[in-house]
Design a protein around this ligand. Structure first.
Ligand code: ZN
Ligand code: ZN
Length: 303
């Protein structure tokens, strides 16, 4: 499959959908950390090596994978972001914004987000692109579209990141986000929660992971405080798991990723996920919480 950097990939009918690509690409802490620095202008192998506690083979594996997927170009020892790669800025900006508001254990400083149009350090605010209103996660309802189904949304061997070398940095740049989207099962579990799963059996059936993995993720999500349990607290199979405010506040990160993947990895049947806001189709507009103007990638400085 060819992933031209400046135009969308045409996916095969019936194969992995855009969500599988999203999870395959971004549900990996190293890739997110590489991207975070790339958006600040880092594009050389040695610079990443200096900035991140990553080994050369792991870094080169990640960059090779990102190049295959059209996210970076390869030019000698430099790997500049392509248009496809640069279009991931909303995901990194919403991730950093969520960590700033909800995270509390940063050893490394978070990236500082500055809006060049108003000059302020900002956090992003989600709005509905169709009607322009600021939208809370609970106002946006998602469901599977024509290419959406759980089996097609799970990354296959072809979509998944290279095995091994998973980041284990202790408290890091995105310490809490890592628990939510740092691996594919976590990302799939979180997506299931946004699509309405509340019971152990629903997570189990939809995500398709072993029961021990589901139980472990539910425990971690409760520890991080993005889900809380109602009912029989000691019996995961009887409890009802609901998103907390903190959990719902992470929705713009997932939405950013979903929009990116549906723009760049296009299934012939149509989108994998569709979202409604009130009576209309939702697409996400990010505003600067300080000046309330729409954010554009070129107007943001990640420092
Ligand atoms: Zn709207
Ligand atoms: Zn602003």
């Amino acid at each position: 499959m060819i992933h031209p950097p400046d135009q969308p990939t045409a996916l095969h009918a019936g194969g992995d959908n855009s969500i599988a690509f999203l999870i395959g690409v971004t549900a990996d802490e190293w890739t997110l950390l590489i991207l975070r620095h790339a958006l600040q202008g880092v594009d050389s192998f040695d610079q990443w090596l200096e900035l991140l506690p990553i080994s050369p083979p792991v870094l080169s594996g990640r960059l090779r994978r990102m190049a295959e997927l059209g996210i970076v170009a390869v030019s000698g020892d430099t790997y500049p972001l392509t248009r496809r790669g640069a279009a991931l800025w909303p995901m990194i900006v919403t991730l950093a914004g969520w960590e700033k508001v909800w995270g509390d254990d940063h050893v490394e400083p978070l990236p500082r987000l500055r809006h060049l149009r108003c000059g302020a350090d900002f956090t992003p605010l989600m709005a509905c692109g169709a009607c322009g209103e600021v939208a809370a996660a609970r106002d946006v309802v998602g469901e599977f579209g024509p290419s959406g189904s759980w089996p097609r949304s799970a990354p296959s061997a072809a979509t998944r990141r290279p095995a091994g070398g998973s980041a284990n940095l202790g408290p890091s740049f995105f310490p809490q986000s890592r628990a939510l989207i740092g691996n594919r099962w976590a990302a799939a579990m979180l997506s299931a929660a946004y699509l309405g799963a509340t019971r152990f059996s629903q997570f189990h059936r939809q995500v398709g992971a072993p029961a021990t993995v589901i139980a472990d993720r539910l425990r971690v999500f409760r520890e991080v405080g993005v889900l809380h349990a109602e009912g029989d607290q000691d019996r995961a199979d009887r409890a009802t798991f609901r998103l907390t405010d903190k959990g719902r506040a992470f929705f713009p990160v997932v939405m950013s990723g979903v929009e990116w993947s549906q723009r760049w990895y296009v299934a012939p049947e149509g989108p994998a996920l569709e979202f409604q806001h009130r009576d209309h189709r939702f697409w996400m507009l990010l505003l600067c919480a300080e000046c309330e103007k729409p954010l554009a990638g070129r107007d943001i400085e990640v420092g």
